[in-house]
Design a protein around this ligand. Structure first.
Ligand code: GDP
Ligand code: IMO
Ligand code: MG
Length: 424
């Protein structure tokens, strides 16, 4: 399999983890390049459910190497908890199975507190973050006051950076009515992780480029989705990294010529967790999904907002990311519906609009325009090949291709690794 970037085309939770796990069988290396433990990637394999936050979804396979690249932000305590949980489930992670970038930035306990403080200060305009300290960690990185993994490993550098971050951060905590953070407990928390993490830390840029030279196949696992991208998403209701295709390159240190294929992952409908505009949102459809036990956040457990498939979002995602193929997940979620709606374009101030607008107010005011298709009203979860799918389901997939320009080459018909169909 060629070097492939797999990324979300919507607001995250498209089922990237499941698709990455499925494709890992034919790859040698799986790398994360952005985001942090705000991500929650679910994989169900051999009857066990795993939720991965920082560790790439290839970790369940034997003999593959997983990489946490330089563009990821790492909460060391959370990462060790994730490693321990996998170990308890029988998945050991020796140093040659996980490589962590020496250049990746570290989320400090004060960043978690600052995330909550900033949300509190925003009041009604809160983003609805995951509270994992992601925004403040990337802000610290951009402000050039961050702590990187390579610094975490050296006691006086760790102390110096924690002291500076605390000096800069405490006034914000106080402004939000929160207690300021003390330096020593933070240093203790981080220092306790150092010796367990040290064996994994290395120059992952060199590792990945050597792997490219050696001709082994690499999967780049996106976190979040295109509309949570700090540049291309529904700003300011976004995350703080580039979730689109460029983030996979800068966040891993590999050149564009190394990439052969880009797979966009989309649900067969649309979901969003957290605040922000969502033109095709539908309260009755959300309620229906929640009653089916679907669409609760993998990281925070919050119910996800649900709506119909939004073609303007997918068109723009195709353009921004250069998507070659679409993996469409949770097709089975629509199995019992009489009728399906597809948002083909918006009306904004009476004008037809085919791509998502820049202004958040315009996206909020966009009136979705729908076409409808008949549902297939049958169980797809037992399908073992693409040809098993009902005709009306295939018609739905073909219509998506017509409207977005992306061929649907992979279809999810259930959460299990095995419930994945490939179209030849
Ligand atoms: P990610 O963040 O993009 O990896 O996606 P999440 O794991 O947060 O959310 C996707 C949810 O959908 C998880 O609960 C998956 O187990 C589930 N899922 C993925 N693909 C399918 C599918 O084809 N059918 C069904 N029913 N569930 C799926
Ligand atoms: P995966 O990788 C869905 C959302 C949050 C919030 C906004 C900013 O599982 O698809 P942050 O904590 O990043 O500052 O929150 O982004 N968000 C996600 N939504 N899936 C994710 O990751 C997300 N990561 C962040 O809900 O709206
Ligand atoms: Mg998720």
């Amino acid at each position: 399999m060629p070097n492939t970037i797999i990324l979300g085309t919507q607001w995250g939770d498209e089922g990237k983890g499941k698709i990455v796990d499925f494709l890992t069988e034919d790859a040698a290396v799986v790398a994360r390049a952005q985001g942090g433990n705000n991500a929650g990637h679910t994989v169900i394999a051999n009857g066990t459910k795993y939720t991965l936050h920082l560790i790439p979804s290839g970790i369940l396979w034997e003999g593959k190497t997983c990489v946490i690249g330089n563009g990821v932000v790492i909460d060391p305590t959370s990462l060790l908890a994730e490693i321990a949980k996998l170990k308890a489930a029988g998945i050991n992670i020796p140093a040659d199975k996980l490589r962590i970038s020496d250049r990746a930035h570290v989320t400090l306990p004060i960043h978690r507190a600052l995330d909550n403080a900033r949300e509190a200060l925003r009041g009604d305009n809160a983003i609805g973050t995951t509270g994992r300290g992601i925004g403040p960690t990337y802000a610290e990185k951009a402000s050039r006051t961050g702590l990187r993994m390579v610094d975490l490993l050296v006691a006086d550098r760790l102390r110096a950076r924690v002291e500076e971050c605390t000096k800069l951060g405490n006034p914000i905590l106080i402004a939000a009515g929160m207690d300021p953070m003390e330096v020593e407990p933070m240093i203790d928390e981080l220092a306790a992780t150092v010796e367990q993490l040290r064996p994994y830390v290395c120059d992952t840029v060199a590792f990945l480029n050597d792997a490219i030279e050696a001709g082994v196949d690499i999967l780049f696992e996106g976190a979040q989705g295109t509309y949570l991208d700090i540049d291309h998403g529904s700003y300011p209701f976004v995350t703080s990294s580039n979730t689109s295709v460029g983030g996979a390159l800068t966040g891993s240190g590999v050149p564009p010529r190394a990439i052969d294929r880009v797979i966009g992952v989309s649900k067969a409908y649309t979901t969003r967790v957290g605040a922000g505009p969502f033109p095709s949102e539908n309260a009755a459809f959300s309620e229906y999904m929640h009653q089916k036990g679907l669409e609760f956040g993998a990281t925070t457990g919050r119910p996800r907002r649900c709506g119909w498939l939004d073609v303007p979002l997918l068109r723009y995602a195709r353009m921004v990311n250069g998507i070659d193929e679409l993996a469409l997940t949770v097709l089975d979620g629509l199995d019992e519906r009489d009728e399906l709606s597809i948002c083909t374009h918006y009306l904004i101030d009476g004008q037809r609009v085919d791509l998502p607008p820049a202004a958040i107010e315009d996206l909020e005011n966009a009136i979705p325009q729908f076409e409808t298709m008949p549902g297939w009203k049958s169980d797809t979860t037992q399908s073992t090949s693409f040809d098993d799918l009902p005709e009306k389901a295939i018609a739905y997939l073909d219509r998506i291709t017509e409207l977005t320009g992306m061929p649907v080459t992979i279809v999810g018909v259930g959460p299990d690794r095995k419930q994945t169909l490939v179209r030849d």
